[in-house]
Design a protein around this ligand. Structure first.
Ligand code: HEC
Ligand code: HEC
Length: 233
């Protein structure tokens, strides 16, 4: 130990006495054991935060910490209407929300980023509504391509633009309809309500199915063009 680190230790000890008796909440522990009566997150969101497509539970691993904690807060205060998550989100105090959000943000995303990004280069026909919306948008309705904000192949961009690839179709569709109906807060710059309110029901179903199936489609595409990511059989 260098002499210089001593004052820092004393300072952190002083601050620690001002914190709760149990110290900072442990995000991983909340995920596996729950807290304050909130159930363990892993029962629905998977052991690694990978989600559960069959049940419609979203992936959390690798999403932005700020995004995740904002969602927990919104589900707790009811501005994001979620019958499944409301009680759980409410049970966590703000420090616990942040801790568990940071934990999930730190987990590696299960997505194959390179393979998914390659799907954005694949030719698309206008009749394929989901793929067209994702990669080209609908300029007649003022809807930019979803990939423009969510990244090529819907892999997500930074803290503010969550990944869409592999999220359950019912979940994606549910979020778009929630924005149409004002049941989810507008989020950064109100970008998503502007997009969602311009989509038809058929658009929503098509683009949701497209992103839900994209990881599998990306694997198939990579198998047909083995040179793209150097994967060995
Ligand atoms: C009973 C199953 C269940 C449990 C347990 C559960 N969740 Fe969820 N969670 C869901 C569902 C379903 C959704 C989608 C919400 C919706 O449809 O409004 C969701 C959504 C979320 C979201 C929003 C994700 C996004 O992409 O916007 C976060 C964050 C989240 N849960 C965190 C947690 C945390 C943290 C815990 C543990 C303390 C937890 N969940 C426990 C089912 C569950
Ligand atoms: C101009 C940028 C922009 C475009 C274009 C865009 N999005 Fe988004 N999207 C966002 C932002 C920002 C968020 C995060 C909202 C929040 O924090 O509440 C988001 C969030 C979402 C979510 C919620 C994800 C989750 O984990 O709950 C879904 C679903 C979604 N967008 C679908 C789409 C679809 C489908 C399209 C194309 C039709 C699209 N987005 C186009 C900016 C954009």
């Amino acid at each position: 130990m260098t002499p210089r680190s001593l004052p820092a230790l004393v300072l952190s000890a002083l601050f620690a006495t001002g914190a709760s008796a149990q110290g900072a909440p442990d995000g991983k522990q909340i995920s596996t054991q729950g807290a304050n009566g909130a159930p363990a997150c892993i029962t629905c969101h998977g052991a690694q935060g990978e989600g559960n497509p069959a049940a419609g539970f979203p992936q959390l691993a690798g999403l932005g910490a700020k995004y995740l904690s904002e969602q927990l807060e919104a589900m707790a205060n009811g501005s994001r209407v979620s019958p499944v998550m409301a009680a759980t989100a409410k049970a966590l105090d703000p420090a616990q929300q942040q801790a568990v959000a940071s934990y999930y943000a730190s987990l590696p995303s299960p997505l194959n980023i390179d393979r998914l990004a390659a799907t954005a280069m694949h030719p698309v026909k206008p009749a394929d509504t989901g793929a067209w919306l994702a990669t080209r948008g609908a300029w007649d309705k003022n809807v930019p391509a979803c990939n423009q904000c969510h990244g090529p192949g819907g892999i997500g961009v930074g803290q503010n633009f969550p990944s869409l690839a592999g999220q359950p179709a019912a979940y994606i569709a549910g979020q778009l309809r929630a924005w149409q109906q004002g049941q989810r807060p507008p989020g950064p710059l109100g970008l998503m309500p502007a997009v969602a309110t311009r989509l038809s029901d058929a658009d929503i179903d098509a683009v949701s199915a497209y992103y839900a199936g994209l990881p599998k489609a990306a694997d198939l595409l990579a198998a047909q063009t083995p040179s793209t990511d150097g994967a060995k059989p």
